[in-house]
Ligand binder design. Structure first.
Ligand code: ADP
Length: 414
């Protein structure tokens, strides 16, 4: 049996236990709540951080896009839905200066973007600016839409001057080639027709001889075209150290039979053995050979051609000097053009293709050099190939080649 005091004690114990339990539950609940709260805080912090990160990434991506737009070579102008300019890259900045032709470009940009915003149309305009320098610009504008909603418009300004010039050069070239090939082919077919009905043996022989000449002319033109096309396509030719002495010797060996046949003497000056350039040996030999070929073709028999290679320690000058017919001052600028001949009749006689100096010009351009000509009508011409020097050992600085002074006219083609 329990005494009353025992009952009181048990009751007190139970009460205390309940109180402890409640307290424990309260602590657990409070902890859970705190943990939940902490969790919530962490999530919101993370969300905040994420939001900040997203904003930063967004800002970075916008900056990247802007940099890209600024860097592109075409002019870019962006307007908002009211036609106000909100972006203009560096290439388009010059038009805002609104001077001379630029003012016309700026006016076209504004008209086209206004039209694009107003009517949602894409528009293009081509402007020929008379300069100087002469330029051709294409301005195009298109509307910027997002989910069918107009955001503004974008204008792009493209300078197509070089593209136009190249197209014109190509067109002229094709026309020139057709003409150059048609002439000997026409002559060949006429000669052949005449030959068919010819009974006189002597006349037949003469006609056949002319046919051989025309066929050779055709073959030379095709050969030169192939060389030119190869050299043009090899803008960055295989580079090796090429000795100038060897280049000169190889070109002179190739021209020697033609020179001897024409009764022309070739004097080769002593070339420093270490004198070298970085480049393509075949191309360099071809350039020197073409200069020698011209010197022989445009000199009278019994004259002399001087060939030499000199340096000032920085560049190499390969010179080919003749005492031939010379080139009139007005033609000096044009002799490096394809198919340009000073005297077409003489070129026909010599079998000239009009491509030799174009080949020379391309070779020096491929070698970061330049070609110069000094000439006086009736006295002779000196052609100089100037190329960056690559020394393979100690190189003596040689004096300038004789014959490069005292001429009245001088032109350069790079
Ligand atoms: P071509 O095959 O007709 O010689 P080039 O391109 O080599 O063609 O030369 C162009 C023109 O320049 C020649 O037709 C000729 O009138 C002139 N020319 C070139 N080299 C000489 C030179 N050494 N002396 C005189 N005229 C030259």
């Amino acid at each position: 049996m329990f005494a009353v005091s025992d009952v009181v004690t048990v009751g007190a114990l139970v009460g205390a236990a309940v109180a402890v339990l409640v307290a424990v539950v309260a602590v657990v609940v409070a902890r859970r709540a705190a943990a939940r709260l902490a969790e919530l805080e962490r999530t919101s912090e993370r969300r905040q951080l994420e939001a900040t990160g997203a904003v930063a990434a967004e800002r970075e991506s916008r900056r990247r896009m802007e940099r890209a737009l600024r860097a592109i070579p075409e002019g870019v102008v962006v307007v908002d839905d009211r036609g106000e300019i909100v972006f203009r890259n560096e290439a388009a900045a010059e038009f805002a200066a609104a001077r001379h032709g630029d003012a016309l470009v700026e006016a076209a940009i504004r008209e086209l973007v206004a039209e694009a915003v107003r009517e949602g149309h894409t528009g293009t305009r081509t402007l020929d600016l008379f300069g100087p320098p002469r330029r051709t610009m294409v301005i195009s504008a298109r509307p910027l839409l997002s989910h069918g909603q107009a955001l503004g418009a974008l204008a792009i300004v493209d300078d197509i001057t070089d593209k136009r010039r190249l197209e014109a050069v190509r067109r002229d070239f094709v026309a020139n080639i057709s003409h150059e090939l048609k002439t000997p082919v026409g002559a060949l077919s006429l000669l052949a027709e005449t030959l068919v009905d010819e009974d006189d043996r002597e006349v037949s022989r003469r006609l056949a001889g002319r046919m051989v000449n025309e066929a050779m002319r055709l073959a030379n033109t095709i050969d030169d075209l192939l060389v030119l096309s190869r050299i043009e396509s090899e803008e960055a030719p295989e580079r090796e150290v090429v000795g100038i002495r060897q280049v000169v010797a190889e070109a002179v060996t190739r021209i020697r039979p033609a020179a001897e046949q024409a009764g022309i003497q070739i004097d080769v000056a002593e070339v420093e053995p270490n004198l070298a350039v970085m480049g393509d040996r075949r191309q360099l030999v071809s350039a020197v050979y073409n200069l020698l070929d011209n010197a022989v073709k445009y000199s009278d028999s019994a004259s002399t051609i001087d060939v030499g290679g000199t340096t000032d320690g920085r560049v190499v000058d390969v010179t080919v000097a003749d005492h031939g017919i010379g080139i009139p001052a007005r033609d000096l600028e044009r002799v490096f053009e394809r198919f340009y001949r000073v005297d077409v009749a003489r070129s026909r006689v010599t079998g000239g293709t009009g491509l030799g100096l174009s080949i020379v010009r391309h070779v020096v351009a491929n070698h970061d050099g330049e070609v110069m000509v000094d000439s006086r009508l009736g006295e002779g011409s000196t052609f100089t190939l100037r190329l960056p020097l690559t020394a393979t050992g100690p190189v003596a600085i040689s004096p300038r080649a004789p014959g490069s002074d005292g001429f009245t006219e001088s032109r350069t083609a790079g």
